[in-house]
Design a protein around this ligand. Structure first.
Ligand SMILES: Cc1cc2nc3c(=O)[nH]c(=O)nc-3n(C[C@H](O)[C@H](O)[C@H](O)COP(=O)(O)O)c2cc1C
Length: 287
């Protein structure tokens, strides 16, 4: 199925203004095929020489759509209950883990909340929230997941917080998931991502006793979302302020602004790293 007759606005798929194919539910056989496709893609990646595989279950892509009760309206074993909505992800993880080397790190990227808690659609259908992520996270270490990459949002246009304008909330959620896992004696690396731009900030996330202050987080965000900011802060407040917030930080846009970011961070934090030979003459130095 699919093709021109399936566009949801009647425009041809070549029309720059529209022409998207109408979504339809996958059959169970197609889901099984997709799970195997994930495993085949992982095998190809291993053959191509990658060091790490990350399964993308965030940002409204297919797996994320299955996780959320807002976008998953299935009535079979892949929809409805929490256990059914996470089934495809667990099956993909299992299929991928089986075909990659035992020593290869396996990451999962998750939208830890889809930010629909305070929306009409979220109230009507329920939504994927931090509590769901904690519940899911506890199931991942036994399946061989080594790291949970904690992002957020991107599944629905009604989401209230823009993930790219959300201060350090994603890091705070990462910290909450990390402490909940540790409280149950489970261990999996937790990655923090989003608006990490400074050396000291990256260090503070990873080191004990150096949590970013609450008021700074609120100051940094748009006034419009201050209320939501407070709600999230309350939601994440119970963690122990002396714990590291994450085991790993991921940085995206800062590398677009400053491709030499790693070298600058190392210099600022007094860490000796190897510089590319061609850059030795421009090494950062204390004045
Ligand atoms: C140009 C650009 C492309 C991105 N593409 C992806 C993507 O394909 N998959 C993904 O999970 N995140 C993607 N992201 C999001 C980043 O991985 C990251 O989560 C986000 O930018 C927040 O981190 P930052 O504040 O360090 O940029 C993209 C971000 C940018 C700026």
């Amino acid at each position: 199925m699919g093709g021109e007759e399936w566009t949801w606005d009647g425009l041809p798929s070549t029309d720059p203004e529209g022409g998207f194919w109408a979504p339809r539910a996958l059959s169970v056989a197609e889901i099984q095929e997709i799970i195997q496709d994930w495993a085949k893609a992982a095998e190809r990646a291993v053959r191509a020489g990658v060091d790490t595989i990350e399964i993308h279950a965030a940002h409204g892509y297919l797996i994320g759509e299955f996780l959320s009760p807002v976008t998953n309206r299935r009535t079979d074993q892949y929809g409805g209950s929490f256990e059914n909505r996470i089934r495809i992800l667990l099956e993909i993880i299992t299929a991928v883990r089986k075909v990659i080397p035992e020593t290869m790190p396996l990451f999962v990227r998750l939208s830890a909340t889809e930010w629909l808690e305070n929306t009409e659609v979220g109230k009507r259908y329920g939504c994927w929230d931090v509590e769901s992520s904690i519940r899911l996270a506890k199931l991942l270490p036994p399946l061989g997941v080594d790291l949970l990459d904690v992002s957020s949002g991107g599944n629905h246009p009604d989401q209230i917080i823009n993930p790219f304008g959300a201060g350090d909330y994603q890091t705070r959620i990462a910290a909450q998931i990390r402490s909940e896992l540790q409280a149950e004696g489970l261990y999996m690396f937790i990655g923090a991502v989003g608006l990490i731009t400074e050396a000291e900030q990256a260090r503070d996330i990873l080191e004990a006793g150096a949590a970013t202050s609450l008021s700074k987080a609120i100051e940094d965000v748009d006034a419009d979302i201050e209320k939501e900011a407070e709600a999230i802060l309350n939601m994440t407040e119970k963690r122990n302020g002396n714990d590291p917030q994450a085991d790993v930080v991921f940085v995206a846009r800062q590398f677009m602004r400053e491709p030499e970011w790693v070298l600058k961070v190392a210099w600022k934090l007094g860490i000796d790293v190897a510089w590319p030979v061609q850059s030795l003459k421009v090494r950062f130095r204390d004045a």
